[in-house]
Ligand binder design. Structure first.
Ligand SMILES: [Zn+2]
Length: 298
């Protein structure tokens, strides 16, 4: 049995959003069992639960919305929360977009580990994949397979001389997330920047919060954190999106050229195909993972 988890004390951070370029501040607070991950946006004092049903936009970032209150670009924060197995939080956002920070989830995971993770007195069920499920659209394919644990395989392909294709398979646990996935930064192609900005996107993007891929190489003077940082960031994004299933997933998820739209459509297909999974309270994390958390926090 895996117990639900929240954080031990409040977390505060602020900064500008990747797409809007506007400033926001965020307060993350501990929450009781069965709360889930619940946002409060600037204008509305009503909860917006992070799940597939509140997702309103998936183009270049994942946005949740109720009425006219939006919280944009939630995926990196959700990845940090999912990667550390946190289940219950209240997240108050003053502004419309979660700050991009350094473009990865490292600062976010660091803040959560520093605040401390506490176990709560109720078990957390998970979605256990029982039968293969395939989601496909014109650009992407996502396959869910039964697997003992949580494994993600990702394949990306671009028509670009600097970044053509990368693939990675990784068994996800707290340690592998913190060391192998969380540091991977968001990225974009220099040739797309002007078009994105014309469409009101990437207004807050810079070499401080994104890898920029030029025609002949990486523009960032510091280079890459991993040679395959791009596919690692795509795994990070998908972990954030998959938190919106409402339960951790036990299975092997294989993604080919998927983005936020495919991730969310895959989750909707999965949740509406009940014979492909069961919701179970079997353990997905071993006791050693719990020891890892205390080691990482110290
Ligand atoms: Zn991202």
């Amino acid at each position: 049995m895996r117990l639900q988890r929240t954080i031990a004390k409040e977390i505060y951070f602020e900064g500008k959003g990747l797409h809007t370029g506007t400033h926001a501040s965020v307060v993350i607070s501990p929450a009781p069992v069965d709360t889930g991950i619940v946002f409060y946006g600037s204008k509305g004092n009503f909860p917006i639960k992070a799940d597939v049903f509140t997702v309103a936009e998936t183009s270049f970032a994942t946005t949740i919305k109720i009425d006219d209150v939006k919280v944009r670009t939630i995926e990196h924060l959700l990845a940090a929360i999912a990667g550390l197995g946190i289940d219950n939080l209240l997240i108050n956002v003053e502004g419309t977009e979660i700050p991009i920070l350094d473009g990865s989830a490292t600062i976010l995971t660091g803040m959560i580990l520093e605040a401390g993770i506490i176990k709560q007195n109720k078990s957390k069920p998970c979605i256990k994949i029982r039968r293969p499920l395939v989601y496909e659209d014109a650009h992407s394919r996502i396959i869910a397979l039964p697997h003992n644990g949580y494994c993600i395989s990702y394949y990306i392909k671009f028509n670009h001389r600097v970044l053509s294709q990368q693939e990675l398979t990784i068994e996800i646990n707290e340690r592998s997330f913190v060391t192998e996935i969380a540091p991977a930064r968001t990225f974009g192609f220099l040739k797309d920047v002007e078009r994105l900005r014309k469409n009101g996107l990437a207004k807050g993007g810079s070499l401080e919060n994104a890898i920029v891929i030029g025609d002949d190489g990486i523009i960032n003077p510091e280079g890459l954190r991993f040679s395959d940082e791009f596919v690692r960031h795509k795994i990070l994004d998908s972990m954030g999106d998959f938190l919106l299933a409402g339960y951790p997933i036990e299975g092997h998820i294989i993604l080919e050229k998927a983005g936020h739209t495919a991730n969310i459509n895959f989750l909707k297909k999965l949740l509406s195909t009940p014979d492909s999974f069961t919701i179970t309270s079997e353990p997905i994390l071993s006791e050693t993972d719990n020891l890892v958390i205390s080691a990482l926090s110290s």
